[in-house]
Design a protein around this ligand. Structure first.
Ligand SMILES: [Mn+2]
Length: 589
C-alpha cells in the first residue's frame, strides 16, 4: 500500500518509529472492534513492547520521536488539549471547545479530519494539478468499460460518499459500468444503514449502472478485499482503489487508452496528497513506484529514457505499483490476480509488480490520470504492520526472488535458516510461476530495476557483539559521526553488515545503488572510531577496511588498530585481542 512520508525515506529507523507511533495511537484509540480484529494481538504486543521500550530508551533525547500528542496518550491516556493535536495545523482554531473535542475524537478514530469531511460538499472541486500537456490531450470515445473497486475497513461515511460522488461525476457515463464497494468487515454502524441509503439514491439516479456491495463476514485483509472486488467485477477493466480518494476529472480516459493499446500493461494514476488535517490537495509530480529489500514502497525517479523524451505527460515505466492499480480484468486473472496468501498488509503490491514484469506484462504510471488520496496520520486498523510486512515480504521473496531472496532476510535482520516465521503454503504460487513460464528474478534486476543493489558481497549481518564485554556496536546519535557501545538489542541502530572488501556498515544497509552506506572508519588520530558515508570517509583519508573473522578481533587494515571496548566505551586502540561476533552469517569468511 501507499507508504507514509516516513516509509518513503526508506530508512529502517523511521520505519520502526512509524510503527511505534501507529502502536501508540492504536493503544490510545483502541476500541472493542479493533480488539475483535486482532484477537491474537497479545503475543504480538510483547514483541512490539520490547521494541518500544528499547527504542524509547535509545532515542529519548532525539527529536524524531512521535509527536507529543501520541506519546503522552500512549503512556497514561491523559486527556489532551485538542490544540496540541496534529489535526489542528492551520485549521480549526475558530471552532468552539466542544467542536474541537468532537473533531479530535473523530480524528483519533479515523486518522483524518472527519469533522471537516462531514461539512465539505461531496462534489467539491479539486485543483488542476495535471501536467499542462495533459489538458490538450484528446482521447478516443470508444474505450474499454471500467469497474471501480473501493476497498475499506472502518472508513468514514462522508469520505466513502465523496469517493463515489467523484467517480460518478468524473467518469464518462458510457465507460463506467459499476462501482464495487468491498467492506472488509467494518464495525461502524453508519457503514451499514446510512451507506445503504446513499447507495440506493445513487442507483435511483443512474438506473443503468451497477452498485455492487461485497461484505466480508470477517476481516480478511487488504489483499483479499482487492481480490473480492476484482471477482465481483464484470467490466473490461478493473480499477482497484482505496476508498479515501477523489478522482480527478478525465482520470479514466488516459488509463483506458493505454490498456486498449496493450492489454498486458498494468497502469497506475498519479496520486496527489490530501492532507489528513485540512483535506487540502497537495500536488505530487509523476514518479515511479519503487521499493527496497524490506519491500517497503517508495517513490523514485523514472528511468533516464523517460526524461530524455522531455514530455512529462507521457506514461513512465515503473518497477512496481503502490497498491492502487488499473488493469484489464481478464489479464489480471491470467497472471494470477493477487496472492491470496498475503495477510493483513504489505508486500502484496511488490509481489504483483514483480510478477507482472516477469510473466509477460509491464507497469506504467500515467501522469495525465490523477487521483487525490488521503495520507492518514495513522491507520486505525493496523497497530503492528511490521509483523505482516515481514511475513508477506518473506513469502514474496520465496516465490519470486530466486538466489536473491535472502536479501529480504537481511533487510529485516531475520536469520536465513530457522527463522520460525510461517509464510504459509507457497506451492500453488510456485506452480503458477511454472505455468506462466515467468522469467528469473535476475532478469528483473538487470532489465527493470537495475537501481536495486543486489548485495552480492555482504558476508554477514545483524548485531555485532564484543564477546569480552558482552556489549554491541551502535550507530550512536543519528546523524552524528561517533558510533558507541550499547547493550545489545539488535534493532536498526545496531544492525551491521560486513562486506567482502572489508567495509563494515552500521545502522542500515542501503537497498539502492544511488545511496551510500555509512562505514565504520578509523582516522588513526583519536581514540574514538568514526562513522561516515563511505565515500566521505575515504575522502577524509580514513581507513574503512577491517579484517575480521567470526569470533576474532576487528582490525583496521590502514591503521592496524583494533575496535575494542574500554571502560564500556567503543574505542580504537592497539590490539589487545578482544573478540567480536556478528549475529547472522551468509557465507563463510
Ligand atoms: Mn490509502
Amino acid at each position: 500500500m501507499k507508504p507514509t512520508k516516513r516509509q518513503m525515506r526508506g530508512l529502517l529507523r523511521p520505519k520502526l518509529l512509524t510503527l511505534i507511533e501507529d502502536f501508540l495511537t492504536w493503544k490510545a484509540t483502541s476500541t472493542k472492534s479493533v480488539n475483535d480484529l486482532f484477537k491474537n494481538f497479545e503475543q504480538k504486543q510483547d514483541a512490539i513492547q520490547k521494541m518500544l521500550v528499547d527504542e524509547r530508551e535509545r532515542f529519548k533525547d532525539q527529536e524524531v520521536v512521535a509527536a507529543p500528542v501520541k506519546s503522552q496518550r500512549g503512556q497514561d491516556e491523559q486527556k489532551l488539549k485538542p490544540q496540541q493535536s496534529p489535526l489542528f495545523q492551520g485549521w480549526g482554531e475558530n471552532l468552539s471547545d466542544e467542536d474541537q473535542e468532537e473533531a479530535q475524537a473523530l480524528f483519533e478514530k479515523y486518522g483524518y479530519n472527519v469533522f471537516l469531511s462531514d461539512r465539505l460538499p461531496l462534489n467539491r472541486e479539486l485543483p488542476e494539478t495535471r501536467e499542462s500537456k495533459c489538458l490538450q490531450k484528446k482521447y478516443p470515445k470508444d474505450l474499454p468499460s471500467i469497474a471501480v473497486v473501493l476497498i475499506y475497513l472502518d472508513e468514514a461515511l462522508s469520505i466513502i460518499k465523496r469517493a463515489i460522488r467523484s467517480i460518478i461525476d468524473r467518469t464518462p457515463e458510457h465507460l463506467l459500468r459499476e462501482i464495487i464497494l468491498v467492506d472488509d468487515h467494518s464495525s461502524n454502524d453508519d457503514l451499514k444503514g446510512d451507506l445503504d441509503v446513499y447507495v440506493k439514491s445513487i442507483e435511483a439516479q443512474n438506473p443503468l449502472f451497477r452498485m455492487v456491495r461485497v461484505r466480508h463476514v470477517e476481516s480478511l485483509g487488504l489483499t483479499q478485499a482487492r481480490i473480492s472486488g476484482w471477482r465481483a467485477a464484470t467490466a473490461d477493466v478493473v480499477a482497484i482503489l482505496d476508498a479515501h480518494i477523489e478522482v480527478h476529472k478525465e482520470w479514466a480516459e488516459p488509463l483506458l487508452t493505454r490498456i486498449k493499446a496493450d492489454r498486458t500493461v498494468v497502469v497506475s494514476p498519479v496520486f496527489d496528497r490530501v492532507n489528513y488535517y485540512d483535506l487540502d490537495v497537495v500536488h505530487y509530480v509523476p514518479a515511479a513506484h519503487a521499493f527496497d529489500w524490506a519491500l517497503w514502497c517508495m517513490y523514485e525517479s523514472f528511468r533516464p529514457e523517460w526524461y530524455h523524451l522531455n514530455d512529462t505527460s507521457l506514461p513512465g515505466k515503473s518497477p512496481s505499483v503502490m497498491g492502487i492499480m488499473v488493469v484489464d480484468r481478464k489479464f489480471l486473472g491470467e497472471i494470477g490476480a493477487l496472492d491470496g496468501g498475503m495477510k493483513v498488509y504489505g508486500g502484496e503490491n511488490v509481489e504483483l509488480g514483480v510478477r507482472v514484469w516477469l510473466c509477460g506484462g509491464s507497469i506504467e504510471v500515467v501522469p495525465c490520470s490523477k487521483i487525490a488520496h488521503i495520507e492518514r496520520n495513522h491507520k486505525p486498523y493496523a497497530p503492528d504492520l511490521s509483523m505482516s510486512m515481514k511475513r508477506n515480504a518473506l513469502r514474496a521473496a520465496e516465490i519470486w526472488m530466486d538466489e536473491y531472496k535472502h536479501n529480504v532476510n537481511i533487510a529485516w535482520n531475520i536469520p536465513i535458516k530457522d527463522h520460525g516465521i510461517d509464510i504459509g503454503d507457497v506451492s500453488e504460487r510456485k506452480e503458477l510461476r511454472e505455468k506462466l513460464k515467468c522469467k528469473p528474478f535476475k532478469w528483473y534486476l538487470e532489465n527493470i530495476y537495475p537501481q536495486l543493489d543486489t548485495w552480492d558481497n555482504i558476508l554477514a549481518y545483524g548485531g555485532m557483539k564484543n564477546l569480552d564485554a558482552n556489549i554491541c556496536i551502535d550507530q550512536g546519535l543519528f546523524p552524528g559521526h561517533t558510533p558507541i557501545a550499547f547493550d545489545c538489542f539488535n534493532y536498526g541502530p545496531q544492525h551491521t553488515y560486513y562486506h567482502s572488501n572489508g567495509e563494515l556498515y552500521i545502522g542500515g544497509l542501503k537497498s539502492h545503488k544511488y545511496n551510500d552506506n555509512r562505514c565504520l572508519a578509523d582516522s588513526g588520530e583519536d581514540t574514538f572510531p568514526d562513522l561516515y558515508d563511505c565515500n566521505e570517509a575515504v575522502q577524509k583519508g580514513m581507513g574503512i577496511h577491517w579484517d575480521f573473522t567470526q569470533g576474532k578481533e576487528l582490525k583496521n587494515r590502514q591503521t592496524k588498530r583494533c575496535l575494542e571496548i574500554q571502560k564500556q566505551k567503543l574505542v580504537v586502540q592497539k590490539c589487545t585481542g578482544q573478540k567480536w561476533e556478528i549475529q547472522n552469517i551468509i557465507k563463510p569468511f
